[in-house]
Design a protein around this ligand. Structure first.
Ligand code: ACO
Length: 391
């Protein structure tokens, strides 16, 4: 990005993007053998035909890291140049450490801070807003934003009301600062916690810690009041679009493409009617992915870019809703300067960099284990070791 432009104001531009999905596809007809449902009902009521399902080795972090590598390749940016990694997810690797830290280690992004954010399906819009504001404030220059989920691992596979909806996957964007106007222009973020019971994973947190009983009662799985979430979603999608467009000083006529959260085709159609926009302005790919929560917008946008549905200088609205309840939208001008693809030696060098990152991580963990064995029960300087003889 150049330093030319209109003075000292900084803008956050998207310069790389990537996706990753698990290998396994689960079709509606396979689902119909697991629960009392059928392909016709799922397609008519949701628009979903299939979804990707992670195996034991495919986790939120592995999918997120794969999407991030692709995004860094397209941006032609080294992991060392990253200042910050934000992962939006409601299926993190653990409560802590953050999935973002695990991905930071996998990429070998030695100069980056890392954290997760939890805003369910709205998470990617929240993360994009935080990243772009950090760049606009000039506290960061290069930020990796990832939406990654393995919802199949927290779905109750006996609950036909939810298990047909969700899928796994990840999408990543690299954002970089520049003085050229454009990029992520503005965002609106909203929440209404009074609707927290409509969509939740009840147990495993501090309110209801995990126990034998919570596992037996499937309280670690997604619970949803589908009809209420549907009503909420159809209302807020159009509102959030209008709010972000007016916050950017534009009108709906200026918008070329809308990338909605991919939860249900009927919700997207209702938003199109509410906004009086033709449905072909909306990117819809949930037929092949299902609802991948925080990953759905980046996956849909990446696919739209690769299919040529997003053109230079298009104004895009990314709009989402989800558990919390949360909702929000970002307005993005797609003014990407394509970088030459990584080829030959440079691709090989990048692969070597990731192998070195894996080795460095293993060496550090080994060194910590050895250090722990050598120092054993000895307390750090100035601290008294714990006494075991007290009764
Ligand atoms: N197969 C067959 N029948 C089903 C299925 C199924 N998979 N699921 C529900 N049904 C039945 C119900 O039992 C009900 O039967 P009944 O009338 O005999 O009681 C009937 O179908 C209608 O049920 P509804 O819940 O009214 O169906 P609806 O048309 O509302 O569709 C759906 C349900 C698809 C869940 C819809 O409400 C929806 O999409 N809601 C929003 C979901 C959403 O967007 N969630 C966001 C989550 S994102 C996040 O933050 C993680």
């Amino acid at each position: 990005m150049s330093n030319a432009g209109n003075g000292s104001r900084r803008y956050a531009h998207i310069c790389g993007w990537g996706t990753s999905v698990p290998k396994r596809i689960l079709s509606n007809s396979e689902l119909a053998q697991m629960v009392d449902t059928d392909d016709k009902w799922i397609v008519e009521r949701t628009g979903i035909s299939q979804r990707f399902i992670a195996n034991a080795e495919e986790t939120t972090a592995t999918l997120g890291a794969d999407a991030a590598r692709e995004a860094l390749d397209i941006a032609n940016i080294s992991p060392d140049d990253l200042d910050l990694i934000i992962v939006a997810t409601c299926t993190p690797e653990h409560h802590f450490p953050s999935t973002a830290s695990i991905i930071q280690d996998a990429l070998g992004a030695r100069n980056a801070g890392a954290f997760d954010i939890s805003a369910a399906c709205t998470g990617f819009v929240y993360a994009l807003s935080i990243a772009s504001q950090a760049i606009q404030a000039a506290t960061m220059n290069t930020v990796l934003v990832i939406g990654a989920e393995t919802l199949s691992k927290i779905v109750n596979w006996d609950d036909r009301g939810t298990c047909v909806l969700f899928g796994d996957g990840a999408g990543a964007f690299v954002l970089q600062g520049s003085y050229d106007p454009g990029g992520v222009r503005t965002s609106v973020l909203r929440s209404d916690g009074s609707g927290r019971d409509l969509l939740k994973v009840p147990a495993g947190g501090s309110a209801i810690p995990a126990s034998y009983d919570t596992i037996r009662d499937n309280l670690h799985c997604i619970q949803m009041n589908g009809r209420e979430v549907f009503r909420f979603a159809t209302r807020v999608m159009a509102d959030a679009c209008r709010d972000v467009v007016s916050a950017a000083g534009l009108t709906m006529e200026d918008i070329d493409v809308i990338v909605p959260h991919q939860a249900n085709k009927r919700i997207i159609e209702a938003a199109a009617r509410g906004l009086r926009l033709p449905i072909d302005k909306f990117i819809v790919n949930l037929d092949r992915y299902g609802n991948t929560s925080a990953a759905s917008i980046p996956i849909a946008l990446c696919e739209a870019v690769s299919e040529g549905r997003v053109r230079p200088n298009d104004n895009l609205v990314l709009v989402a809703f989800g558990g919390g309840l949360t909702w929000g939208a970002s307005l993005v001008t797609w003014d990407v300067t394509p970088q030459p693809p990584l080829t030959g030696l440079r691709r090989f060098r990048r692969q070597a960099l990731y192998r070195v990152a894996r080795m460095r991580s293993a060496v550090r963990r080994g060194a910590r284990a050895i250090e722990g064995t050598i120092w054993g029960s000895q307390a750090p300087d100035g601290m008294e070791p714990p006494r075991r003889d007290r009764t």
